[in-house]
Design a binder for this molecule. Structure first.
Ligand code: NAD
Length: 435
């Protein structure tokens, strides 16, 4: 590590003691990748310090009247990590596991993700500690509106634009947009993305992340000289990202050998009938009891005999413990943070081509950007136009990262961070430090 990058220990951001999980701590995982890219870029010490700190962290306490007449006080966060390139962009999650540390890591991730696909956005994330599965629609609406009020001073199409994330959806975005609009006394659709199409959402948004995964996988296979038609795939997670990526990959000629959801995994060497699996999930709400393959465990899925592995469920599933057993030649990280920092070097040794999360799953935020553009212009595009423009951005971004990875002889993850950090750093240099 060049000495000019070393910081006094008291200026290094440390995660809270209680949430320190080493290999699996999201802020640590993100920062270790950031540090490696920053060293290779020879980032000047001042900028290094700036980019290791979130710009703004908001903590709100929200009293909410529950259906039983009692008042509960919820805690919520909104972190704007960096807004040098444009309005902050990032989802809001409702979950009992939400912590400030996690929100900070995810906000930084959004900063790098928006920059790697060159969107004119910064990065943010929000979260509320709650158990939405135990709350009524009325309670969730009151909580959403109160949270919106708590952070209304940061929100705005030009300043901070949320989107759905874990346990939030189009409906929550509609409440947020309505609350914001009421206080601004006119309808402001561009304050959130991931809205229902009827009120300013974009066609193609629902499929965008899975479509983006398919596009970058196709690019990776092309680079490696493997035909999509000859490719076998395992997909962990059969929700929005995994099921759509699987469906689109089948249309490109791939054979999906294994799929799983939270109820278990299924393997069929000859190829799983993905349309049948989609129908099954639509009827039964999960894959539980699906007859289209032999039952396997999540570990067996991750290490199965396939060309492409698409983790599209959870973080920290590819670790230093199982990385050596992975047989796939390409890993497309549909989920955020599916690979721990400890697993990176093992995958490198095995020469597995990893398309990192900040690039692989950036299709969603790209079409969120299209939604924001359409809302601001008041002119809506056809689904074909959305898909065409998404394809252009994903292919160009893949090419940018691949080029840097070959130039510097680094893996795709480090190259993706280098592309992102250098784009954010360039803007900081041009804008200077306001004092
Ligand atoms: P989703 O809720 O629609 O689907 C998640 C799937 O994962 C479900 O099939 C669920 O059963 C499965 N799952 C849950 N626990 C599992 C377990 N222990 N083992 C195997 N499968 C399990 O969620 P999604 O929107 O598809 O998101 C999946 C991942 O992609 C998350 O990491 C998310 O942050 C990331 N992501 C999503 C988007 C998007 O636009 N939806 C964008 C970027 C990143």
């Amino acid at each position: 590590m060049p000495t000019d990058l070393r910081l006094p220990t008291d200026s290094i951001v440390k995660p809270d003691k209680d949430s320190f999980l080493h290999e699996e701590n999201p802020f640590e995982a993100m920062m270790s990748r950031f540090d490696r890219a920053a060293q290779l870029l020879d980032l000047e010490p001042g900028l290094y310090k700036v980019l290791r700190h979130p710009e703004k962290q908001i903590i709100v306490s929200m009293p909410v009247m529950m259906d039983n007449g009692e008042v509960e006080v919820f805690t919520g966060y909104r972190v704007l990590y960096n807004t040098s390139r444009g309005p902050a962009k990032g989802g809001i999650r409702f979950d009992l596991q939400v912590s400030l540390d996690e929100v900070k890591a995810l906000a930084a991730w959004m900063t790098w993700k928006c920059a790697v696909v060159n969107l004119p956005f910064g990065g943010a994330k929000g979260g509320v500690i709650c158990d939405p599965l135990k709350m009524s629609a009325g309670e969730l609406e009151r909580l959403t509106r109160r949270y919106t009020m708590g952070i209304i001073h940061t929100l705005g199409p030009d300043s901070d634009v949320p989107a759905p994330d874990v346990n939030t959806n189009e409906r929550v975005m509609a409440w947020l947009m309505d609350t914001y609009s009421m206080h601004h006394r006119h309808t402001v659709t561009a304050v959130v993305t991931g809205k229902p199409v009827e009120m300013g959402g974009s066609l193609g948004r629902r499929e965008a992340t899975g479509r983006g995964c398919m596009i970058v996988t196709k690019q990776a296979l092309k680079h490696l000289g493997i035909k999509m038609q000859d490719t076998s795939v395992a997909v962990q997670g059969f929700g929005n990202v995994g099921s759509i990526a699987a469906q689109l990959m089948v249309r490109e000629g791939c054979r999906i050998r294994a799929i799983s959801d939270r109820t278990g995994g299924y393997y069929n060497k000859g190829g799983i009938d993905i349309e049948a699996a989609l129908k099954y999930v639509a009827q039964h709400r999960s894959l539980d009891g699906f007859k289209g393959g032999d039952q396997i465990t999540q570990e067996e899925l991750l290490t199965s005999d396939v060309d492409v592995l698409l983790p599209a469920a959870l973080e920290n599933v590819i670790t230093s413990k199982n990385a050596a057993k992975i047989q796939a030649r390409v890993i497309c990280e549909g989920a955020n943070g599916p690979t721990t920092a400890g697993a990176d070097s093992i995958l490198d040794e095995k020469e597995i081509f990893v398309i990192p999360d900040i690039l692989a799953n950036a299709g969603g935020v790209t079409v969120s950007y299209f939604e924001w553009v359409q809302d601001r212009g008041g002119y809506f595009w056809s689904e074909d136009t959305v898909n065409e423009r998404l394809n252009d951005i994903m292919c160009r971004s893949f090419a940018d990262v691949l080029k840097l990875s070959m130039q510097h002889k680094v893996n795709m993850r480090t190259a993706a961070y280098m592309v992102s950090i250098s784009r954010v750093a360039t803007v900081h240099r041009l804008r200077g430090i306001y004092a």
